[in-house]
Design a binder for this molecule. Structure first.
Ligand code: GLN
Length: 280
């Protein structure tokens, strides 16, 4: 069999398994397992696969066929302009979350924030990106999960983000922020899926930790805690920048009506109000 037929067959396998973007996935796995990128594939299309060790690729394809997320198979994923280690037990960084560092970078380039918290940090993708963009800023990344703490620590080390402090804390505990310097910006992409909607999610998402997805009965439990426990630790004129799910932005705004003195929404590529910015 030649390389191109092998490639087409692999796409077919994933397509039959119900994967969303089988061609993209196979390209990524070719690159990751066989070190064959798209150009090389075209140049080597007629080459026989007999001389190629395809065992690792086949193993990975099998995992993907079972709908294990591509990002977990590859073990790292790009976010903004950095690569983050990812794996089971930690949320995969999403493209819409990049809106947060994009917004902060555009707004604070001239006057960088000095202290930032990233609550529910997971891989640390948001907080560590902010730390890389603003090397003089101290960033505190908080998560309750041991696995998240391990990934965030690894990512901090890999990206040489010395200005990041990783803290294992329960964000729902009102005493958690005590002892931290007041923040100029508090960021969070908390779990925001309603508990009874978890079972309806795409198969891949079910491999992600429910701890990172489940936002309680109405999906808003963590926003309440952000308001009660963390908003008081913002400096005056500081910003709380929150990612949320579809149709949640207005509810969050309402929650902060008495507390914040300004607010704005940022839409994602699908025209959904995805980020809520609240001013203290
Ligand atoms: N902050 C991380 C991210 O946005 C993890 C969020 C979470 O675990 N809910 O990817």
């Amino acid at each position: 069999m030649n390389l191109f037929t092998f490639y087409r067959n692999s796409i077919k396998t994933l397509s039959v398994a119900g994967c969303d973007s089988p061609e993209f996935d196979v390209q990524q796995l070719f690159d990751f397992c066989l070190k064959i990128n798209k150009t090389q594939l075209l140049l080597r299309a007629n080459e026989s696969i007999d001389n190629l060790d395809t065992s690792f690729f086949n193993e990975c394809l099998e995992k993907r066929k079972n709908r294990i997320p591509l990002q977990y198979i590859i073990g790292e994923w790009g976010f903004y302009k950095y690569n983050f280690k990812v794996g089971e037990g930690v949320l995969i960084p999403r493209p819409e979350t990049e809106l947060i560092p994009e917004y902060i970078y555009s707004k604070f380039q001239k006057e960088p924030p000095k202290v930032v918290y990233d609550i529910c940090t997971g891989t640390g993708c948001i907080g560590i990106t902010i730390a890389k963009l603003f090397p003089a800023c101290k960033v505190y990344c908080v998560d309750i999960s041991e696995t998240a703490i391990d990934y965030a620590t690894k990512n901090k080390e890999n990206l040489c983000a010395d200005n990041v402090t990783i803290l294992k804390k329960d964000m729902l505990d009102p005493t958690s922020p005590i002892g931290l310097p007041f923040a100029d910006i508090i960021i969070s992409n908390p779990p925001y899926i309603k508990s009874d909607e978890i079972s309806t999610l795409q198969q891949e998402v079910k491999y992600e930790p429910s701890l990172a997805l489940d936002g309680g009965e109405d999906g808003l439990m963590f926003y309440r805690a952000l308001k009660e426990n963390w908003f008081p630790f913002l400096n005056s004129n500081g910003l709380m920048i929150l990612e949320c799910g579809e149709n949640q932005a207005k509810d969050i705004l309402e929650m902060f009506l008495e507390t914040a003195k300004g607010a704005k929404f940022i839409k994602d590529g699908q025209d959904i109000d995805r980020i809520v910015v609240l001013k203290k």
